[in-house]
Design a binder for this molecule. Structure first.
Ligand code: IPM
Ligand code: SF4
Length: 465
């Protein structure tokens, strides 16, 4: 048989029907659901008098709208309350597992899927959410879908899809001390730009990727979409299997499952439509300066000026971004002063992220000019962090310690930036208004965010003592 890529194998395993020149019909193994993109989908089912085809393959949680403060209080915002009440009622009516607000396993959908062992190698995983690419870290084909597609998957457990091309992003060598998976992915997006991955499913390969932990691999795959890609994936290996072993919803005969998963990685000699190679040693800690994740530089450099770009469109984009961000261009990144720091989101709110931030924060105080918060990605992450005493480290340093949810990653709940506020954030999007109208977001790693909270401005984590 012709050598195949990881992507091709998963695709081949899931095509239910394909007519020449038409979209393929794919079987979906796992459908994750949240409150924002599901209400109309369920309504559609009701109107058509249909049931959910495979309720046991469908898992729901509330994450975007949930308040991250006291959960014993009623939800103040009527729209948020309605969305969450609606999801709860829909899951009950259609027989779907739902992790409700006060469930210890509630959390950001992309954090709880892997944590509970729902996410597994070789699967096709969809969710009405662009950061579904996160699950590709397990060697799954995972991507976001729209609300009408959510309805289609609920009704049929299948999805119509055009086949993307494959793009290999290979990172050779080892990351230097202080350089994290977040820096790696920001760097890659900076290199390929936010539409470099358009039309592709990315497979991340190379020594720098192989040596990442599962949580770090999730950080990388999470942001695939910010590089324009349909999905991002990493071949499963022993790191993957050891992470999954013993988790709640993994296959009962785990060793037999592993034996099958071992067939998934790309065969030697298989061809990608395109391959790009990078050197881990070239990557420094990254900070975004603009209004998309590709507008990024190393912490030890300067905010660019429009004139630094050769292309006139890029110059215009840069000028508009600088204006929104309240920057002139030419400032040293380490001179940028912060008002807020947000450590959270499906990119960087797993236990290893919180450990990395706590290691920096331990024994220090948050700058008096900064309001800093830490929002665990899930109830389980929160419990574990508390068992390890990380909450204490954060609280003693002056960080706010919250309940799990999307929080200030996007302004759909009470956690928001005020206009003009500058924020160091471990999330994945720095679009205009993303964290609140007029808010200014700089994307960084958890360690860099913690250091910035303490110093009151960005610091090169490699100099941190
Ligand atoms: C609300 C949801 C549809 C959205 C997404 O698709 O990604 C959100 O999660 C985001 O990160 O912007
Ligand atoms: S944490 Fe942010 S990026 Fe992730 S699902 Fe929630 S809103 Fe989207």
């Amino acid at each position: 048989m012709k050598p195949r890529t990881l992507f091709q194998k998963i695709w081949d395993n899931h095509v239910v029907h394909q007519e020449a020149g038409r979209q393929a019909i794919l079987y979906v193994d796992l459908h994750l659901v949240h409150e924002v993109t599901s209400p109309q989908a369920f309504e559609g089912l009701r109107l058509a008098n249909r049931l959910v085809r495979r309720p046991e393959r469908t898992v729901a949680t509330a994450d975007h709208n949930v308040p991250t403060s006291d959960r014993s209080l009623p939800i103040a915002d009527p729209i948020s309350k309605q969305q969450i009440d609606t999801l709860r009622a829909n899951c009950k009516e259609f027989g779907i597992t739902y992790y409700d607000l006060n469930d210890a396993q509630q959390g950001i959908v992309h954090v709880i899927g892997p944590e509970l062992g729902y996410t597994q190698p070789g699967m096709i995983i969809v969710c009405g959410d662009s950061h579904t690419s996160t699950h590709g870290a397990f060697g799954a084909l995972a991507f976001g879908i729209g609300t009408s597609e959510v309805e289609h998957v609920l009704a049929t457990q299948t999805l119509l899809q055009d086949k993307p091309k494959t793009l290999e992003l290979r990172v050779d060598g080892e990351l230097k001390p202080g350089v994290t998976a977040k820096d790696l992915i920001l760097y890659l997006i900076g290199q390929i730009t936010t539409d470099g991955g358009t039309g592709y499913c990315v497979e991340y390969t190379g020594e720098a990727i192989r040596s990442l932990t599962m949580e770090n691999r999730m950080t990388v795959c999470n942001m695939s979409i910010e590089g324009g890609a349909r999905a991002g994936m990493i071949a499963p290996d022993d790191t993957t299997y050891e992470y999954l072993r013993g988790r709640k919803f993994v296959p009962k005969d785990f060793d037999a499952a592993v034996a099958k998963w071992r067939e998934l990685p790309t065969d030697p000699g298989a061809e990608y439509d395109k391959s790009l190679v990078f050197q881990a040693a070239d990557i420094a800690p990254q900070v975004t300066w603009g209004t998309n994740p590709g507008l990024v530089v190393s912490v030890n450099s300067h905010v660019p000026k429009p004139a630094d770009f050769s292309d006139t469109t890029e110059q215009k984009t840069a000028a508009a971004a600088l204006e929104y961000m309240g920057l002139k261009g030419g400032e040293a990144i380490t001179d940028l002063k912060l008002d807020r720091v947000f450590i959270g989101s499906c990119t960087n709110a797993r236990i290893e992220d919180l450990r990395a931030a706590a290691a920096v924060a331990r024994g220090h105080q948050v700058s008096e000019n900064v309001n800093a918060m830490v929002v665990p990605g899930s109830g389980q992450v929160k419990i574990q962090a508390e068992q390890e005493g990380l909450d204490k480290v954060f609280r003693e340093a002056g960080f706010d310690w919250r309940e799990a949810g999307c929080s200030m990653c996007l302004a759909m709940n009470p956690d928001k930036l005020a206009p003009g506020e500058r924020c160091a954030s471990t999330s994945n999007r720095n679009f205009e208004g993303r964290q609140g109208k007029g808010g200014r977001t700089h994307l960084v790693s958890p360690a860099m965010a913690a250091a910035a909270a303490i110093a009151g401005h960005f610091v090169d984590i490699r100099d941190w003592k």
